[in-house]
Design a protein around this ligand. Structure first.
Ligand SMILES: Cc1ncc(COP(=O)(O)O)c(C=O)c1O
Length: 408
């Protein structure tokens, strides 16, 4: 077998629903040499990561840490640690990632109540209140933005509502953290997790997570120390053991605390990446980053519409960082995506389930929520559609996007 070549990826512009191109500063941080996870310098990086993510999540939560794994590791850690077998869990599903939470909650032994709304829409506050009253769940698990439908669920009132009905609230903010406002404390969200590969401008592989005292109480009573680490006289919690070892938040909290209790071997490079993502974001400023995402989305939408394309879903609730657009009649969606990749080095997204073959999803997030990235994508898409004999006003898309930027 011939020797494999050195890794040398094509210079793609990743304009799908994630991953996006990582900020070069994040890639540089990842090339730093490894440290032992109990090295004082590394513990300092961990403490700094906690402090930085408190800023990103807009929280004072003591427990603000990183789970090693892609975004679903954060979801799984939250659900496995919060759900006790037999607990009723309400999952409002408005896209694929709602179904993912149903699936994980079931594996945790929950009695899951899933409610669904049509893809392209979100839930009205009255519906969520009615379902909370009806089912009295111990936990509500919901996405903030669901990339599969490009919709964002309004969450400002849900935390208060959950408290009134004695339920904990878990929010999957994988697709929105850093691109849309998510003030965790002000909105009374009990546990929130995310991933790096979208608005945080990093690679996937680390899941920032924050939890408040309400959630801590539920988790700590399930704390069990692994045999071999336990000191004489140390007591376990009286709750049922968390059924995952890797995603046991009680153990992960012990590892992140001053106790520095051994758990997994740290994914050192991913912590460097996550720390740099947060540092860059806070250096820019959260409001500025959200405004940058909103501007890119507005310009992209203006360009797509000027091309004569129709946007997907309830535009009042569209995420600021991913746009769904109907594939025009007569155009082969996959052929167009292939041409974008092969001729222009640009990747846009296909879609899942009921939307498969009907819409493309275009991300303008993180490092790629930039004017030049928006303009290049529009110009390339226009050329590709023309090649497929789709009639459109040439030049209109880029002009409309530029006008949208000028109007800011
Ligand atoms: C809302 C949401 N949750 C979870 C995930 C899963 O993330 P990962 O593939 O990093 O595990 C995604 C990925 O697109 C997402 O958009």
């Amino acid at each position: 077998m011939p020797m494999a070549e050195q890794i040398n990826p094509a210079p793609r512009l990743l304009m799908g629903p994630g991953p996006i191109n990582a900020d070069p500063r994040v890639l540089r941080a990842m090339s730093a040499q490894l440290l032992g996870q109990f090295d004082p310098q590394f513990r300092q990086y961990m403490a700094e990561s906690t402090e930085l993510y408190r800023g990103v999540f807009q929280t004072k939560n003591r427990w603000t840490l990183l789970i090693d794994g892609t975004a679903r590791s954060g979801i799984e850690a939250a659900l496995a640690s919060l759900i006790e077998p037999g607990d009723r869990v309400l999952v409002p599903v408005f896209g694929r990632f709602g179904h993912l939470k149903v699936e994980i909650a079931r594996r945790c032994g929950a009695e899951v109540v899933a409610i669904e709304t049509e893809w392209g829409s979100v839930f009205a506050a009255e519906v969520l209140e009615r379902e909370l009253k009806k089912h009295r769940p111990k936990l509500v698990a919901i996405s903030h933005g669901d990339t599969s439908t490009t919709m964002a669920q309004p969450l400002a009132e849900l935390g208060k509502l959950c408290r009134a009905h004695d339920a904990l609230l878990y929010v999957d903010a994988t697709a929105t953290l850093g691109g849309m406002d998510l003030p965790v404390d002000a909105w009374q969200l009990d546990v929130v997790s995310a991933g790096l590969q979208k608005c945080l401008a990093g690679p996937s592989g680390s899941a920032p997570l924050t939890l408040n005292e309400r959630a801590e109480k539920r988790i700590v009573r399930r704390r069990h120390i692994e045999q071999g680490l336990k000191k004489a006289g140390e007591q376990d919690g009286d709750g049922p053991v968390i059924r995952s070892n890797y995603f046991d938040l009680a153990m992960i909290m012990d590892y992140w605390s001053e106790k520095a209790l051994n758990h997994h071997t740290e994914a050192t490079t991913m912590l460097y990446a996550a720390r740099e993502c947060a540092r860059i974001l806070l250096q820019e400023g959260l409001p500025q980053a959200c405004a940058r995402h909103a501007a890119a989305s507005k310009a992209l939408c203006a360009g797509l519409q000027a091309m004569g394309l129709a946007l997907f879903g309830d535009q009042k609730h569209k995420m600021a960082n991913v746009t769904g657009v109907h594939i025009p009649a007569g155009v082969d969606g996959e052929k167009a995506r292939r041409a974008l990749l092969e001729d222009f080095n640009i990747e846009i997204g296909t879609s899942f389930g009921p939307l498969h073959g009907k819409i493309w999803r275009i991300g303008t997030m993180g490092y790629n929520a930039r004017k030049d990235a928006v303009l290049m994508t529009l110009a390339a898409l226009e050329a590709v559609l023309s090649q497929q004999q789709h009639r459109l006003p040439r030049g209109a898309a880029v002009d409309a996007a530029l006008a949208a930027y000028r109007a800011l």
